[in-house]
Design a protein around this ligand. Structure first.
Ligand SMILES: [Zn+2]
Ligand SMILES: [Zn+2]
Length: 279
């Protein structure tokens, strides 16, 4: 068995000949670079890249590959009394990362927001003997089978009394976010790019395709916001470095979804109070 990684998105494929296409990149929510499809292997990647660690808040680490590889998302390692959960995944699982995760107590579960971050989830699951929780609506995007995959279909799935996966939809049919009742009593949302934290960290957005800038429809955005409305959310951590909303998360989601719907339906442009200022 030879594992190949797509250099554009980090998805792993198990084949003895390099696959000619990456199903994830060929689809309209990702892209094939103008230079064409390129492939590497986990071994080669480990020679040129490493993972950096950052504690985002007590009990929550971000793990990110440097220099950037693939989509350049971060994975989050959430420490709970019921064990460590890896939220989202990155392609590089090198020896240093293996030893550090093991020293922290290993993983009891892996959960991933959507197929762009499936990457090498199969190898992380095998290394730490952990199940991978994926929403069943995205089953078709699993490019490499694993006995550790657990498909779920409900609106929400509790992983412990403090951690719940919530089906939000939007960017992908099975789009998932993780709700954590943190030690300080506040609700924390691990959002991937199902709820995309904007550069000012004071708004969020919702897109069908981020690289190709294709929006979701007004009913789809409304649906995502409604699926999250019942959850107490103070802090939101997105898929990329710096996407850290430190307070007011639920209000920010509701306000951002409302503004998005008003804009995409044309209501914002028709309302003089919301028209852009004339300088
Ligand atoms: Zn790809
Ligand atoms: Zn995505």
């Amino acid at each position: 068995m030879t594992v190949f990684l797509c250099c554009a998105c980090g998805t792993s494929f198990d084949t003895d000949t390099a696959p000619m296409v990456c199903a994830i990149c060929e689809e309209e929510r990702q892209y094939v670079p103008p230079s064409g499809q390129a492939w590497t292997t986990p071994e080669r990647l480990a020679q040129t890249h490493r993972n950096s660690w950052q504690q985002i808040e007590p009990g929550l680490f971000a793990i990110q590959t440097v220099p950037a590889f693939g989509i350049n998302q971060r994975a989050l390692l959430l420490q709970t009394p019921a064990g460590n959960i890896l939220w989202d995944c990155i392609a590089l699982l090198d020896e240093a990362t293996r030893q550090l995760v093991t020293a922290l107590g290993g993983l009891t579960a892996i959960a991933i927001s959507h197929p762009h971050y499936y990457t090498t989830m199969q190898d992380w699951a095998a290394a730490f003997d952990a199940p991978i929780y994926l929403h069943g609506a995205d089953q078709q995007w699993i490019c490499r089978p694993s006995d550790q995959v657990r498909l779920w279909e409900e609106d929400a799935l509790a992983l412990s009394d403090r951690v719940t996966l919530v089906h939000a939809g939007g960017h992908f049919a099975g789009g998932t976010v993780l709700h954590w009742a943190a030690d300080d009593g506040e609700g924390v949302l691990l959002a991937g790019d199902i709820v995309q934290v904007t550069p000012g960290a004071d708004r969020v957005s919702f897109m069908w395709s981020y690289p190709n800038m294709i929006p979701l429809s007004a009913p789809e955005v409304t649906d995502v916001a409604e699926r999250l409305a019942a959850w107490p959310i103070e802090r939101i951590y997105g898929a990329f470095a710096g996407q850290n909303i430190r307070s007011g998360g639920q209000e920010i989601i509701a306000r951002s979804a409302k503004a998005y719907v008003e804009r995409i339906t044309g209501r914002a442009a028709a309302d003089p109070d919301q028209a852009p200022p004339r300088w």
